[in-house]
Design a protein around this ligand. Structure first.
Ligand code: FAD
Length: 374
């Protein structure tokens, strides 16, 4: 590849936009291809998580393009988790013994919009371009409608159901498996009450119920987004408004008065699937590579999927430094550098589901935490 290579990034989500900014800063000519119309004009897709917990790993990556302050200006720091038992007192479990360390609740739509603005200043973006085919040997991409484009390097930042990954599986020997959980998720809204937060906005709220749970994260407009993580069949079992109301009154009694549109939200919001993507190799011929969820989607219980995708960008940037922008060396090195860490967080995220939905509510666990922090 003589001169600065042309890089195509498929997917203008969180990882794709950040990656475009980092690569443009290296002098690469970058074009993003995104299947959706511009979400800044269209609004958020219903059913995708409305907010995210952003931690230091993700912030560090945003710092690299000077976007951290802008994103943090709207963030709501959560210093611990607030446990809501069926009956009895709330229990705040701090994330650090001094109560000073926190994770940050941020709006996914606003984060994506900030990243799209940053990417648009530095790279080309083609919206409404859904990749449907890719020849890994030549870098030729085919989009819905038959339009084609070619690039020296093609990077798949196209999420858990990656079309780039599918092309590598079809034509470049990639092996993949997605382990779906038996649990799905559905979102509900706790609106602001008389203009104020209806719950403590300085905590991540959890209603642990053994085999299932509900959580709630605060939003800048003083609402909370609740997410139910339930076995899939449990969603279908509540098939009348009365059944929904009865179940919530019995299992989440303190939340019921806070969710005025409970039945409407429940009946109209979709049930999302959750899974872990296992795939290898993440690249072919040093020309086509995967990043973020496309390479290693994980379940959301550690709040680390986006953080991890952002950290991928930092590491890819480092290996490009080390290899002098030689993509044929950088892509295999990136995979070697990241595989173990991303496998570890995938396993930890699964383990944390059991901790959040069950262990945090046990008296033994609570005593141990209080002793730790005494
Ligand atoms: P995505 O954000 O999925 O972006 C992929 C982009 O590619 C999208 O814009 C999509 O439209 C586009 N695309 C897809 N296919 C094509 C195609 N064929 N052609 C062109 N474009 C395409 N992570 C955290 O760090 N903290 C959290 O608190 C957190 N909470 C979560 C809660 C839930 C319920 C879920 C489901 C996930 C959560 N995550 C969280 C994980 C996080 O959402 C993902 O890890 C993150 O979005 C991955 O970023 P990405 O850019 O790799 O993929």
């Amino acid at each position: 590849m003589a001169g600065s290579p042309e890089v195509a990034i498929v997917g203008a989500g969180l990882a794709g936009c950040l990656l475009a900014c980092y690569l443009a800063a290296r002098g690469h000519q970058v074009t993003l291809y995104e299947r959706r119309p511009d979400p800044r004009a269209e609004g958020a897709e219903r059913g995708r998580s409305i907010n995210l917990a952003l931690s230091e790993r993700g912030l560090n990556a945003l710092r690299g393009i000077g976007l951290d302050d802008q994103v943090m200006a709207e963030a709501l720091p959560m210093r611990g988790r607030m446990i809501h038992p069926v009956h009895g007192r709330l229990d705040l479990q701090l994330y650090s013994s001094d109560g000073l360390r926190s994770i940050n609740s941020i709006s996914r739509a606003r984060l994506n919009a900030a990243l799209l603005d940053a990417a648009a200043e530095r790279a080309g973006i083609r919206f409404a371009h859904r990749l449907t085919g890719l020849d890994p040997a030549t870098g030729t991409m085919v989009f819905e409608g038959g339009h084609t484009a070619k690039a020296d390097v093609v990077l798949g930042a196209d999420g858990a159901g990656s079309a780039v990954r599918a092309a590598l599986a079809e034509g470049a020997g990639l092996r993949e498996r997605t382990d779906f959980l038996q649990h799905g998720y559905k979102e509900l809204t706790i609106p602001a009450r008389d203009g104020a937060f209806a719950l403590d906005p300085g905590a991540l709220h959890i209603w642990p119920r053994g085999t299932s749970m509900m959580i709630a994260l605060p939003n800048p407009d003083r609402s909370f987004t609740c997410t139910l993580f339930w076995p899939e069949e449990a969603f279908a079992a509540l098939d009348t408004p009365q059944a929904v109301e009865r179940h919530f009154a019995a299992v989440y009694p303190d939340a019921v008065p806070l969710i005025p549109d409970l039945v409407d939200d429940y009946e109209n919001n979709p049930v999302g699937k959750l899974g872990t993507v296992h795939a290898r190799p993440w690249q072919a011929g040093g020309r086509v590579g995967l990043i973020g969820d496309a390479a290693h989607a994980i379940v959301p219980f550690y709040g680390q999927g986006a953080n991890c995708a952002f950290e991928d960008v930092v590491v890819l940037n480092q290996v490009l430094d080390e290899s002098g922008d030689d993509w044929t060396a950088a892509l295999p090195l990136f995979e070697r550098r990241r595989f173990e860490d991303t496998s570890a967080i995938a396993a930890m995220a699964l383990e944390n589901f059991v901790e959040m939905r069950d262990k945090v509510a046990s008296p033994v666990y609570r005593l141990a935490r209080h002793a730790e922090h005494a």
